[in-house]
Design a protein around this ligand. Structure first.
Ligand code: 5GP
Ligand code: ZN
Length: 115
């Protein structure tokens, strides 16, 4: 846990997000500024600032995030219509919260390439 980290505060319960899924490795909650009808953030319970902090020792986090996203998409009923998962890493990608997280976006037609 990182004391000043917004998402760590959600994981510890200091701040209560709108949780949609939780397991031993992942917390998933609604984004406060949704960019699609479904916009959920999936965060590992272990504090890692960015994707660059992933390595062989904590690679299980990647599988846990992806499988949780798949489950949340299914729960929202968008598995067949489609959805997008995104991990922004550092400045050029527009990362604004430095606790690794995966966006799950769906419920509308997505465009490519993203801006
Ligand atoms: P990033 O830009 O780092 O990839 O994504 C950070 C996301 O966190 C943004 O989509 C932003 O709307 C969301 N966010 C920022 N602050 C809060 C908050 O206090 N609560 C929730 N639920 N989402 C937040
Ligand atoms: Zn954190």
């Amino acid at each position: 846990m990182a004391a000043e980290c917004l998402f760590c505060k959600m994981i510890s319960g200091t701040i209560k997000p709108q949780t949609v899924y939780e397991d031993d490795k992942v917390l998933a909650f609604k984004d406060i500024n949704p960019q699609a009808p479904v916009h959920v953030l999936l965060v590992p319970k272990q504090h890692l600032a960015t994707l660059n902090d992933l390595d062989a020792k904590n690679a299980d986090i990647v599988g846990a995030l992806v499988l949780a996203a798949k489950k949340v998409a299914d729960d929202y009923g968008i598995s067949r219509s489609g959805y997008r998962t995104v991990i922004n890493c550092n400045a050029d990608a527009g990362q604004s919260v430095f606790h690794l997280h995966m966006h799950l976006l769906g419920g509308r037609l997505m465009h490519w390439p993203p801006g």
